[in-house]
Design a protein around this ligand. Structure first.
Ligand code: AMP
Ligand code: MG
Length: 357
């Protein structure tokens, strides 16, 4: 009996041909993707602005990046006009001067969010601290150490619960003597607005640095994660570590960001404890919050700094919608479990790293 193998041979030939075409398609796809990514990386656009009393560095990739960044700049200027505490006629200025003001949707939403987080953090975040901040000179740079008595008097007007919002007319009312300042939350909110604008413009890869608040959109153009440095608060030219993130905000509050040295040789920084009106000294020198929403991360980084390590850890366990890096006065680096695979500690820090879960 002869077995006819010709069919089998031609089948094998077809199979080889099919395999060769498949390999060719895969090579073409990989090459094409590489070219696409290269092109995306080549079309980088940057915008550097001085806004909200700090430097903004906005970088976006792809064909729509330039138009997107132009819209971002316009929006930053618009928000700055609404949210500045010192610019005459801003929404915040009018609330502080007139005790009642009808404000823009942005201002209304931001104040609402800040009050909610004030509530959640039991007043560690308090937007009505403004008169106390002014007494220290943190808003003007004319630094001084207020007397205990002066602080006690000013603190009688500090209470975020005294701010009343009326949804229909977008009006904000405060009692006489109460003044607000959105310095702890405005940049995080602005970052959220800018990421939305870029997304709507079809941008899929961007990194925004709003005075040290970093917000990322998508991945780097080559598909790898963004690398965001966490500064060493004891030596700002060094890093405590690097985080790898996509589509995330990395927002830090640090005593070292704004401070002065008093005649007594002590350091006084700009994050105040609403309980006593003094610079918050509860064992932390830097707090970084990692999460999806900039305004929340910004509000929480300030609040957790005030709360100190134990309260911050308890709050994190209760909320669970963010990750954080706490750096203590003693140089301990405390990270939440969610960051284990995306954090690389800097030189000399590896032994101080502790994970909590
Ligand atoms: P951040 O850099 O986001 O932590 O914001 C700090 C800024 O928020 C300060 O410069 C003050 O304008 C303001 N601030 C300081 N302490 C507080 C506080 N406990 N609650 C709300 N705002 C604060
Ligand atoms: Mg903040």
């Amino acid at each position: 009996m002869r077995i006819d193998l010709s069919g089998l041979h031609s089948g094998k030939r077809e199979c080889n041909l099919f395999f060769a075409i498949l390999v060719f398609i895969v090579i073409l796809a990989v090459w094409g993707n590489g070219v696409g990514q290269k092109r995306l990386a080549e079309t980088v656009h940057e915008k550097n602005l001085f806004a909200m009393d700090t430097y903004f560095s906005l970088r976006a990739y792809g064909p729509n990046a330039e138009a997107g960044l132009t819209l971002c700049e316009d929006r930053v200027r618009e928000l700055e006009k609404l949210l500045s505490v010192t610019a005459e006629g801003s929404d915040v200025w009018r609330i502080d001067q007139e005790q009642a003001a009808s404000v823009a949707e942005d201002t209304f939403r931001l104040i609402g969010e800040a009050l909610r987080i004030g509530e959640q953090t039991d007043g560690a975040l308090d937007i009505t601290l403004y008169p106390v901040l002014r007494a220290w000179g943190f808003t003007t740079g004319d630094y001084r150490i207020p007397e205990k008595q002066e602080l006690a008097e000013l603190l009688t007007a500090v209470d975020y619960r005294a701010v009343a919002l009326e949804g229909g007319s977008h009006s904000v009312t405060v009692p006489e003597g109460v003044q607000i300042d959105l310095g702890a939350v405005a940049k995080g909110y602005t970052g959220d607005v800018l990421i939305d604008i870029l997304r709507q413009q079809g941008v899929t890869s961007a990194i925004l640095d709003l005075g040290g608040n970093v917000q990322t959109l998508g991945t780097k153009p080559d598909g790898t994660p963004w690398r965001v440095a966490v500064r060493n608060p004891f030596d700002r030219s060094q890093v405590a570590g690097v985080l790898e993130v996509n589509d995330m905000c990395v927002i830090t509050s640090g005593g070292y960001e704004r401070y002065f040295t008093g005649e007594d040789g002590q350091i006084y920084w700009h994050i105040l404890d609403p309980v006593n009106g003094m610079p918050a000294r509860n064992g932390l020198v830097s707090v970084t919050v990692v999460g999806e929403q900039g305004v929340r991360c910004d509000a929480l980084s300030t609040a957790l700094f005030v709360m100190g390590k134990d309260r911050a850890v308890a709050f994190w366990k209760q909320q669970g919608d963010f990750d954080m890096i706490l750096i203590t006065e003693d140089g301990e680096l405390i990270l939440t479990e969610g960051l284990r695979d995306c954090f690389e500690s800097g030189a000399d820090w590896a032994e101080q790293v502790v994970y909590i879960d």
